[in-house]
Design a protein around this ligand. Structure first.
Ligand SMILES: [Zn+2]
Length: 234
């Protein structure tokens, strides 16, 4: 079972990807991490990607797709992959479908974590990060016990320089512009699952898993209920 997770920064996508990968035994494939790992290990694809990455240029789609396929052919105990960060537009989505088909694989479902733009903006604008370990806090939704201090390690919290209102607005504009393409693309292929991402983490996770089970049953895929373990992280 191969899944794509779509969601803006601030949608809780990373947390949900972690929870789903544990509960469904899917290998997490965040494209940024795959890239950094391939470069660090000096794999053949990593070596081709390195000059682009070092210059700060976009790494060609074909290379990123290649790294995803490598991950897919090297699953270990996992039952599939959960993709995050790629594809970002319909051209990349077509490329990925083509490359998967060549391997006799496919994307089974695409989960779109929908969060209203103003809520995303508030979450991102209220975000503070601790100096020691990067723990994330939020002045509105997730406050530390002592203002300005991380509960876990006592280090000072700071506002990231790319979290200014202008930069947040720009990132969200790009996301919504690109995501519409993917929603249309996967919607037309009957793979899209829309999940309301505005609620709390456990609630959103249950909604994702319920809809995923329904979708995979309807499309003749494997039922999830029989093989599920206890819900992760609730
Ligand atoms: Zn901390």
């Amino acid at each position: 079972m191969n899944i794509i997770l779509l969601g803006a920064q601030g949608s809780g996508k990373g947390t949900q990807a972690d929870m789903l990968s544990q509960a469904l035994r899917l290998k997490p494939c965040a494209s940024g991490e795959l890239l950094r790992e391939a470069i660090a290990k000096g794999t053949p694809l990593g070596q081709i990607a390195k000059p682009y990455y070092d210059r700060g240029d976009l790494v060609p789609d074909d290379l990123v797709a290649g790294m995803i396929l490598e991950s897919l052919s090297n699953l270990g105990d996992a039952k599939g992959i959960i993709l995050d960060g790629f594809p970002r537009n319909s051209v990349q989505a077509e490329l990925l479908d083509r490359r998967f088909a060549e391997m006799g694989q496919r994307i089974d479902a695409v989960i779109y974590l929908e969060v209203p733009r103003d809520m995303l903006f508030d979450r991102l604008a209220g975000r503070y990060v601790c100096q020691a370990h990067g723990h994330v806090w939020n002045i509105k939704t997730h406050q530390p016990r002592i203002p300005g201090i991380c509960d876990y390690d006592g280090s000072a919290l700071f506002h990231r320089s790319d979290d200014t209102p202008e930069k947040i607005a720009h990132r969200l504009d790009i996301f919504f512009h690109e995501t519409i393409q993917l929603v249309d693309y996967y919607g037309a292929r009957g793979k899209l699952i829309r999940v309301d991402g505005a609620g709390d983490i456990g609630e959103v996770n249950r909604a994702i898993r319920a809809q995923l089970a329904l979708k995979l049953n309807l499309s003749g895929g494997m039922p999830l209920s029989a093989q599920e373990e206890s819900p992760a992280g609730d």
